[in-house]
Design a binder for this molecule. Structure first.
Ligand code: PLP
Length: 438
């Protein structure tokens, strides 16, 4: 795999003599993130309009900039105005215009946080912010209020407090590691967090949300993957917004994760001027599934301050779903969600397929516009329900099926069964024992 001409030039400019090995070293990428307008212009051989310099400076004073050399190299300098990579990474003066209705913390994340780095909003899952670093600062970040807070990792003590909260909250069966980007932590530190979480019996799955496969794919090293592999069941969600972001390097990163048996999902944000187009979204989801990534969520851009220029009407998202559902594979279709202002969580939004109904019939339409009916049963008695969920004694069969059922003497002879004796139900000696225990 070769570096592009732009990539070679960027390497040479950043560090005379720095070779290809450095380009693929994620720590080198981190050390050389582009944080100033001058470097941005120099590396891309462009000049921003002089009269706008000041307002760009003001913008990055309020909302800092950071772009990895890799992500920078994807910018199409011939068409900056329309380039999705540029728009997601380079500040727009429009970020400074705060609209009526914008909020610093629209999702009330700070209020749903029992402690600094933990958010517990849904009954059975919690979000652990393990890192507040990012390699690339997405211009559309929902936690924009925190971007550029001095990069610091929550200390082990702080993390242990949050992990203790999870340990003491048995309802939590799913823990999401987020940030910041968890993959900016060292392999060792991440390994430690995952190991701690796995000592908790009620934590059934762990998820990691990361944008490194998009903005710094070299972070996905064999060492990282080998470590992650030891922590199954582990799910990873990444954040591709545009088909252009699927490059040879990002495909390699995704393949390494998928080959390790880690299920991959993708969360996109619907962004005006970036991906608010059915054709773009269709190309994106097709490329994702071809790389073993299942589109998971499509987010309506939320009400954080500085994002107004990225917001679309909700109808745009509905239109995009309308163009996907039925027209392409079911597993290409993400769930379109609006994260409720005030902290109500994600609310799914769909085109309407149910047109009307009566007591025994529903009227539906399909993706082609065909209108059809479905006749419902005349009577329905739920066999699986005695309407007393609290003391349900029906056989719901929620436990695993026993593959090695054995009975009688066979049971005693088998190595996999721990039974040591078969005793008749009304054995007097055992009855006496039971009495004593009472
Ligand atoms: C999105 C989110 C989750 C996870 O939600 P899922 O719908 O299960 O993916 C959990 N906690 C918080 C605070 C979230 O924002």
């Amino acid at each position: 795999m070769h570096l592009s001409k732009t990539q070679k030039r960027i390497v040479n400019d950043i560090e005379t003599g720095a070779g290809r090995s450095q380009w693929r070293d994620w720590k080198w990428q981190m050390q050389h993130c582009i944080r100033s307008l001058d470097t941005f212009e120099d590396l891309l051989r462009i000049r921003l309009p002089r009269d706008q310099r000041k307002v760009f400076e003001e913008t990055i004073d309020k909302f800092p900039m950071s772009i990895t050399p890799y992500y920078l190299s994807l910018i199409n300098t011939d068409d900056l105005e329309n380039d999705p990579v540029f728009k997601q990474s380079f500040p727009s003066p429009l970020e400074l215009s705060i609209q009526k209705g914008d909020m610093a913390d629209p999702l009330h994340e700070d209020k749903d946080s029992p402690m600094e780095c933990l958010m517990h909003r849904y009954p059975d899952r919690a979000l652990l912010m393990v890192s507040n670093m990012c390699s690339m600062y997405c211009r559309h970040c929902t936690r924009k209020r925190r971007v550029g807070d001095v990069d610091s990792i929550p200390s082990k003590t702080v993390l242990l407090e949050a992990i203790d909260y999870i340990r003491n909250t048995p309802q939590i069966r799913d823990v999401l590691l987020s940030g910041g980007d968890p993959f900016l932590l060292s392999d060792n530190h991440l390994d430690w967090i995952l190991t701690e979480l796995q000592t908790i019996d009620h934590v059934e799955v762990i998820r990691i949300g990361t944008r490194t496969p998009v903005v710094m794919p070299y972070r996905i090293t064999q060492d990282l993957v080998d470590m992650l592999k030891t922590h199954q069941p582990l799910w990873i969600n990444t954040h591709f917004n545009h088909p252009r972001e699927l490059t040879q390097s990002s495909r390699t990163a995704l393949a390494m994760l998928a080959d390790a048996g880690i299920p991959l999902g993708n969360q996109s944000v619907l962004l005006a001027g970036v991906n608010d187009c059915p054709r773009i979204m269709r190309a994106l989801v097709h490329k994702l599934v071809a790389n073993r990534v299942r589109p998971y969520y499509l987010y309506q851009c939320d009400l954080s301050e500085g994002l107004s220029h990225f917001r679309t009407p909700v109808g745009k998202g509905i239109q995009i779903l309308e163009s996907l559902i039925g027209h392409t594979s079911g597993f290409c279709v993400p769930t379109y969600v609006i994260d409720a202002p005030g902290g109500g969580g994600k609310i799914p939004v769909m085109p309407n397929y149910l047109i009307s109904w009566s007591t025994n019939k529903v009227v539906l339409r399909n993706y082609e516009g065909v209108i059809t009916t479905y006749k419902e049963p005349d009577s329905y008695e739920p066999i699986f329900c005695d309407r007393e969920c609290d003391c349900c004694d029906l056989q719901l069969g929620l436990e695993d099926a026993d593959e090695q059922k054995s009975v009688g003497i066979e049971k005693l002879l088998s190595d996999h069964d721990k039974t040591i004796a078969l005793v008749p139900a009304n054995n007097v000696r055992h009855q006496r024992r039971d009495l004593v225990e009472l």
